[in-house]
Design a protein around this ligand. Sequence first.
Ligand code: GLP
Length: 261
Amino acid sequence: MEILLCNSRADAVALTAELIAARLRATPAMVLGLATGRTMEEVYDHLATSGAPFDQCTTFNLDEYVGLPPDHPQSYATYMRQYLFDRVDIDISRTHLPDGMAEDLVAAARDYERRIAAAGGIDLQLLGIGASGHIGFNEPLSAFRSRTRDKILTPTTREQNAGMFGGDPAQVPKRALTMGVGTILDSRELILLACGSAKADVVARAVEGPLTSRISASAIQLHTSCKVILDAEAAAELQDIDYYRFVARNEEKWDPYRQYL
Ligand code: GLP
């Protein structure tokens, strides 16, 4: 795991977007895994103006609420169109989100896994982290080997995401269809971005804490190519932060990112 410490939220967002843009420029036909949430809105703003080529890439989103049709204002399908897909030259037929409206969620989940496999797997998966320690919507006790399936959202998550539902947690759907932790770990590269003091505790538990399905994000410790990009507030509770700074200062291959450290 590589910890990239940024001075500000704007720097962390810009670095994340620039890494994605660099991968797209190097391999335009790549398979990109996308995330949602407030933090990612800024990443997509940056990406939309970066000029990165989206015309050949294929995308898979981590998750979608169960029961919200794609044209629902709070669906992640709408979110993706609003923040990214409508603003770049992407082929919408190559964008994928789980079908939260499927009558048979088990079959929809299996189909999502099949589509990811048919695309050749995910090259780069972008991740945020929820207050419950989730990646995607893998709430506590999600098996590290789990695949796409529907999960009940925790009260913590419904509280956290209430802002997008008029501030009322009861309006947040109770379930979501999400890639599993195992699905995420199968991606060839992971980038997890977290900003702000509200994430400091859960970031420390994910990055430095014991591997535990109580914090599904701790599973990223098992991945051999994972960058964690943090602003100073989100990094505030890391115990070994001096060591991560030392590594960053001495690691040749990070030279291009030195300006952000
Ligand atoms: C939702 C998504 C997660 C994301 C989280 C972070 O819960 N399902 O994939 O990590 O939001 O949200 P925010 O960036 O708003 O803190």
